[in-house]
Design a protein around this ligand. Structure first.
Ligand SMILES: [Zn+2]
Length: 423
């Protein structure tokens, strides 16, 4: 799958690719109706005109925000009375300062505060992981900002619901946790329009759409499936005629909106419930990752979210890390005995040979585990690094998930770099 097709989907993760904007910067805003306009970006920026001033919904990634602002400035230069943030991911809050005027109110759901603090608290942890996953330079991480050092721009917070009227247009805001705990939905009854952030994503790429990332492997807190399901129900109950997403094109028509959101919701429910049933019957997480498959009737791809990662996200989200194996209670990981296994095998050659046989036999993950055994005591072992690259390239050929693709590329680049340093 090409990276460009999926960059839009990827950006739901809140992680931008700087090149994306330059490649395909849109040149004009999209008119949704006489009062609502969209600047396509990662993520999309919406402008709602009212007789008493404008409301901006989301502000895009910082490097795409100026273009989005330019497109929407061409639509209206009336004062910005409110900025509403559907959630605190970087690709939705990067342009706040461009839109904020004296007197502009900025609204977010209350969990925004902890979410932004959490991202800031762990900036040094997330920086290299995001860089690795998306093949971009690691950001400079400054001094630790402390536990509560995030930049909090909103001036109005709400828990469950918030309502205001501007220029005779009513805006209803609902807490709809899903991709993040602070997700909100903006509902404008007059237009039957719901702005739902990233709780449904991928519109704009060909059908079938992708299953969501119920867990993002770059590192995230659990994205609670049952909350997400309830939030999709909240949107469905509004009976919208227009759904406006953080990424991709709007969905029009009650019937089409219902079809898409229901399918998405039911798929999340299926994966959640199968995981819970498996946990209750005593199955371990790896067994369930292998066993649980999305029935074809849901007609969703896995180009962005992977079912197996979601199963593990749900399992570990509910249960934490202990697997009932006494060996797991202690500080020493399995890799602590890998050097002993290499010695028992008479050196790294036999294990590396077996790794190559595994690749040949179509078992590249087993090959990776075997190269881990060798590389634990000899990080620069040429043969093991080459076997590892072969296994990763094998996986890459079969890969149709954008996030997985990024991590495989990272693994290959890292192994090649080690090889180059060793020789
Ligand atoms: Zn997003």
């Amino acid at each position: 799958m090409s990276r460009s097709i999926c960059s839009m989907v990827l950006l739901c993760a809140g992680i931008g690719i700087a090149a994306h904007a330059a490649d395909s910067a849109p040149t004009e805003a999209v008119k949704i109706n006489d009062s609502v306009y969209m600047a396509p970006a990662a993520g999309n920026v919406y402008l709602v005109k009212t007789p008493a001033g404008n409301v901006v919904i989301d502000t895009a990634l910082a490097d795409q925000a100026p273009n989005a602002k330019k497109l929407l400035d061409a639509v209206s230069d009336a004062p910005v009375k409110y900025i509403i943030l559907t959630h605190g991911h970087a690709d939705h809050i990067g342009g706040i300062s461009l839109w904020k005027e004296p007197g502009t109110q900025i609204i977010a759901q209350r969990n925004y505060v902890e979410f932004v603090n959490y991202v800031s608290r762990l900036a040094g942890f997330f920086g290299p992981r995001n860089a690795a996953a998306f093949n971009r330079p690691a950001p400079e991480v400054g001094r630790w900002a402390g536990n509560f050092g995030g930049k909090i721009d909103p001036t109005i917070f709400f828990d469950e619901k918030y309502q205001f009227t501007l220029g005779g247009v009513e805006f209803d805001l609902f807490s709809t946790p899903g991709e993040t705990p602070d997700h909100l939905t903006v509902w404008i009854p007059a237009y039957k329009a719901a702005f739902i952030g990233d709780n449904y994503s991928g519109i704009g790429i060909p059908e079938p759409n992708s299953f969501p990332n119920l867990y993002a492997i770059r590192g995230t807190k659990p994205r609670w499936a049952l909350d997400w399901i309830k939030s999709l129900d909240t949107v469905l109950q509004l009976k919208p005629e227009i759904v406006l997403n953080g990424h991709g094109d709007p969905i029009f028509g009650h019937q089409e909106i219902t079809r898409r959101l229901t399918r998405y919701r039911d798929a999340i429910q299926y994966v959640h419930d199968e995981t819970v049933k498996g946990m209750n019957s005593g199955k371990d997480v790896f067994t369930l990752m292998q066993e649980i498959k999305l029935p074809g009737s849901y007609d969703l791809s896995q180009v962005f979210g992977k079912v197996s990662w979601s199963v593990r996200g749900i399992y570990d989200g509910y249960a934490g890390w202990y697997d009932m194996n006494p060996a797991s209670m202690y500080e020493l990981p399995p890799s602590s005995v890998y050097p002993d296994l290499v010695r028992l095998a008479g050196g790294p050659e036999a294990i590396t040979r077996l790794a190559l046989e595994k690749v040949e036999a179509g078992k590249p993950v087993e090959a990776l585990h075997l190269t881990d055994v060798v590389l634990a005591s000899d990080q620069k072992n040429n043969a093991a690094l080459n076997a590892r690259i072969k296994a990763l390239e094998y996986l890459q050929k079969a890969c149709d998930n954008y996030v997985e693709e990024g991590w495989l590329e990272y693994g290959i680049a890292k192994a090649k770099q080690t090889l180059a340093q060793a020789n």
